[in-house]
Design a protein around this ligand. Structure first.
Ligand code: CMP
Ligand code: MG
Ligand code: ZN
Length: 334
């Protein structure tokens, strides 16, 4: 049963059915941390269990998309990336770095209300006031998660860490989760794309040399950039999954957008991009998402880590699938 997790075709929806909604994030998390032997010396197992069940409970299960299942999916995606690409070895990540990226995945949409930053800002939601309109949700996810960690000794999964390690781990997590704000996508994409040219990195060649020539401070910042890039990639990885899995995620994501649109309509607000259920077509919006965001990013990602080519293979097939639907719809209208 465990072996299915270590596979690019892992089906999280099937696994959820088997194991139960409330156990999916805890069980995947325990599996991953255990795989990398992060228990018990670094992370006390019992505290981790308390922590992860409380985090899972704080995801809003009534959201179509932003639930603990999405967090579990991100964690599994990152786990698979590391299995295939060994990015941990290439980037020379410490146990603390690895732990940071896993915790980041677990908490990265914690407490998500099913409404996006723009909506919260436009409606002057308390959260937008608290965080001054800057990465409102992302700030909220990290802050609330750290409240969970620190509020009880029994939840404190970081209690074994030295002050320095705690500081490092916290810095990594903050950087990674704040880095999931989609408004940072373009900057991330450009930085990593330009670096391919300036450093002559191609199909994985040149990456190790590039890392070797960095001084320690640079190297740390670079590692952090990579961690944040990997998290972001996993966050938008739906279209790189096998088609049945992608279709399910797309349905859920679009439904959450439509629910926001319904609310905007009710409040007499202009309906946000991709949120109008009366005009937006799912296949078209997915093609747009792939063409503008996912394909460019995963193409660059694959130049650094070519062992992840299964992501591009899936992406190509999925693109073709939705393209054909859009063409058929066009022909029907003629
Ligand atoms: P979030 O999970 O907070 O961060 C990544 C964002 O990408 C996600 O919210 C959505 O806004 C967007 N996203 C992810 N998957 C899809 C998808 N299949 N279609 C449209 N948007 C998506
Ligand atoms: Mg998010
Ligand atoms: Zn997310």
């Amino acid at each position: 049963e465990n072996i299915i997790l270590e596979n690019e075709n892992f089906n999280i929806f099937e696994f959820e059915k088997k194991i139960g909604k409330e156990h999916i994030l805890p069980s995947l998390s325990v599996y991953v941390l255990n795989f990398y032997e992060l228990f018990d010396e670094i992370v006390p197992y019992n505290k981790f269990e308390n922590f992860v069940y409380e985090i899972a409970k704080g995801y809003h299960r009534e959201n179509p998309y932003h639930t603990d299942l999405h967090a579990a999916d991100m964690l599994q995606s990152i786990f698979t990336y590391n299995l295939y690409s060994k990015f941990q070895v290439i980037l020379n990540l410490s146990d603390i770095d690895l732990l940071s990226i896993f915790i980041s995945a677990i908490i990265h949409d914690y407490g998500h209300p099913g409404l996006n930053n723009n909506y919260l800002i436009r409606t002057k939601d308390n959260l937008s006031i608290k965080y001054n309109d800057i990465s409102v949700l992302e700030n909220y996810h990290v802050s609330e998660a750290f409240n969970i960690i620190l509020k009880k000794q029994d939840n404190n999964i970081l209690s074994n860490l030295s002050d320095d390690d705690y500081k490092l781990c916290r810095k990594n997590i903050i950087e990674c989760v704040l880095g999931t704000d989609m408004t940072l996508h373009n900057q991330k994409y450009q930085t990593f794309k330009i670096r391919l040219q300036t450093e002559n990195i191609k199909k994985g060649e040149g990456l190790e040399q590039f890392l070797l020539k960095q001084d320690p401070i640079n190297l740390y910042n670079l590692k952090l950039e990579f961690l944040s890039f990997i998290i972001h990639a996993a966050d938008i990885s739906n279209p790189t999954k096998p088609l049945p899995i992608y279709r399910e995620w797309a349905q859920r994501c679009v439904e959450e957008f439509f629910k926001q649109g319904d609310l905007e309509k009710k409040l007499g607000l202009p309906i946000s991009f991709n949120c109008d259920r009366n005009t937006v077509s799912l296949p078209k919006s997915q093609l747009g998402f792939m063409d503008a965001i996912v394909s460019p990013l995963f193409t660059v990602f694959n130049e650094y880590f070519p062992q992840l080519s299964f992501t591009l293979d899936n992406l190509k097939k999925n693109h073709k699938y939705y393209k054909e639907i859009v063409e058929k719809e066009k022909n029907l209208k003629k």
